[in-house]
Design a protein around this ligand. Structure first.
Ligand code: HEM
Length: 167
C-alpha cells in the first residue's frame, strides 16, 4: 500500500521542481532525450518529429516546442498540489483529467508508458538537486514518487474504465 502524500512531500516536490522548471526548454529536451534513449520505440508515437536523431535532439526546434509544452503541463500539475490538504488536491483533478483524456483516451498511451516516463522524470529531478542540499535527496525522490503515483492512479483508472466500456 502506498502512503498518502503529506505537506512535507508537497513542499519538497515544489521546491525541487522550481530548480528545473525555470529553464523549461532545457529540462524538457533533457527529459525527452533520456526518455527516447531508454525507449527508442516511443519516438514513433511522435509523428511530428519521429525522424529525429536522439543524439542531436537538442538542435531540433520541433522537439523544443514539445519539450516546453510538457514542462508547462507538469508545472500546472505541481502548482495545483494543495499545500494545506495535499491528499485532497481537488484543483489537481481538472488538469489531470485533461492530461489523461488526451493521452489515454485519445492516444491509447497508458500506464506502462506513463510509469516509464515517471522513472526518468524523478531520476532527472533528483540528479539536478545541489549536492550540498540540506534536504536529503532520498526524501525528494520519495516525495516525487508519491506525487507521480497520483498521476498513475488516474491513468490506471481511465484505462480500466475504457476496458469496461469495451466489454
Ligand atoms: C506527466 C506525463 C505527461 C505530460 C505532462 C505530457 C504532456 C503533453 C502535452 C502538454 C502534450 C501536448 C498537448 C496534447 O496533445 O495533449 C502532449 C502530447 C503528446 N504526448 Fe504527452 N505528456 C505526458 C506523458 C506522455 C507519455 C508517457 C507519452 C508516450 C510515451 C506521451 C506522448 C505524447 C504524444 C505522442 C503527444 C502528441 C505529440 C504530437 O503532437 O505529435 N506523453 N503531452
Amino acid at each position: 500500500m502506498s502512503c498518502s502524500i503529506t505537506r512535507q512531500d508537497v513542499s519538497l516536490v515544489k521546491s525541487s521542481w522550481s530548480l528545473v522548471s525555470t529553464n523549461a526548454e532545457r529540462t524538457g529536451i533533457e527529459l525527452l532525450r533520456l526518455f527516447f534513449k531508454r525507449h527508442p520505440d516511443y519516438l514513433q508515437l511522435f509523428g511530428e518529429f519521429a525522424d529525429v536523431n536522439v543524439d542531436q535532439i537538442e538542435a531540433d526546434r520541433r522537439v523544443a516546442r514539445h519539450a516546453i509544452r510538457i514542462v508547462k503541463a507538469i508545472d500546472t500539475l505541481v502548482n495545483n498540489l494543495d499545500d494545506e490538504q495535499p491528499e485532497k488536491s481537488n484543483q489537481l483533478l481538472g488538469p489531470l483529467r485533461s492530461l489523461v483524456d488526451s493521452h489515454v483516451k485519445r492516444r491509447s498511451i497508458g500506464y506502462d508508458k506513463f510509469s516509464n516516463l515517471g522513472k526518468i522524470l524523478v531520476q532527472y529531478i533528483v540528479s539536478q538537486q545541489p549536492t550540498n542540499a540540506i534536504t536529503d535527496v532520498k526524501l525528494i525522490e520519495q516525495s516525487w514518487n508519491k506525487f507521480y503515483t497520483l498521476i498513475l492512479d488516474v491513468v490506471a483508472g481511465a484505462e480500466e474504465q475504457m476496458r469496461q466500456q469495451n466489454c
